[in-house]
Design a protein around this ligand. Structure first.
Ligand SMILES: [Zn+2]
Length: 248
């Protein structure tokens, strides 16, 4: 069961320090950005001295200019990006992480299960080798696009675990470990039930479970875990947001 509510501060003062308000959430949904590049930004409630953003995934490196423009348009400038958090280590989610982290001086958080993917650019790190020969055409297509380029590799600053909350980063959300697509896949669930699910679910044709699975048993367990959670809108790594009840 999702027990996040007990982990979160409830006093007015704590909220004023800079967590998301309902208004911010509506704004975020309205402005939520997702095209081909797999990233979500989230505006945090301004506190007295600054405003802040959190960026979930960073897309392909080839989309760098577009992402920078989107961030700028949203008012996210150097110094206001509080955290970069990666749902997993695939290159289409991490392509701009090293760059943005260097430019903005922002820490990068992810699950340790995928560290080799971003440190060594090895998409098979912690993935069963059967993964390489199953999934056929789609998987081949996926990998033929290449690994994380050498200049885009990095060592994460922080490793997050299942159940960890992000309150320290002024983000009222909890990390959930969802292994299966990769060992270190995580989701981020906000207090109000928005789930940033990485590649656990997708919405390329319709809301569905992701078909690229490295560990079937772990993936099935992650789906079971998902079904226990109180979720409203899902923001997938690929495709538009959808309501959890639309999941097939
Ligand atoms: Zn992926």
């Amino acid at each position: 069961m999702h027990t996040a509510a007990t982990n979160y501060p409830n006093s007015r003062e704590e909220w004023q320090r800079g967590f998301i308000t309902a208004k911010n959430i509506q704004d975020t949904e309205k402005n939520a950005t997702h095209k081909s590049h797999n990233f979500w930004r989230r505006k945090l409630l301004p506190n007295k001295t600054d405003t802040g953003f959190i960026l979930i995934d960073t897309g392909y490196s080839k989309n760098r200019a577009e992402i920078e423009r989107e961030l700028e348009n949203a008012g996210c400038k150097t110094g206001t990006l509080n955290l970069l958090i990666l749902t997993h280590g695939d290159f289409d989610h991490c392509g701009n992480c090293a760059y943005l982290s260097g430019k903005c001086g922002t820490k990068v958080a992810m699950h340790s299960g995928d560290r080799g993917m971003v440190e060594q650019g090895d998409m098979f790190y912690n993935r069963n080798m059967n993964f390489a020969v199953t999934g056929l055409g789609k998987l081949f297509l996926f990998f033929s696009r290449g690994n994380l380029k050498e200049e885009d590799r990095f060592a994460p600053d922080l490793f997050v675990k299942d159940g960890e909350d992000l309150v320290g980063f002024r983000f009222d959300a909890q990390v959930l470990h969802f292994p299966g697509h990769s060992e270190g896949s995580i989701g981020i669930l906000t207090r109000t039930g928005d789930l940033f699910c990485g590649d656990l679910l997708e919405n390329t044709k319709q809301p569905a479970k992701n078909s690229i699975v490295a560990d079937k048993k772990a993936f099935a367990d992650s789906i079971k875990k998902l079904k226990q959670l109180k979720i409203g809108t899902v923001y997938p790594g690929h495709g538009n947001p959808f309501h959890i009840t639309q999941l097939t």
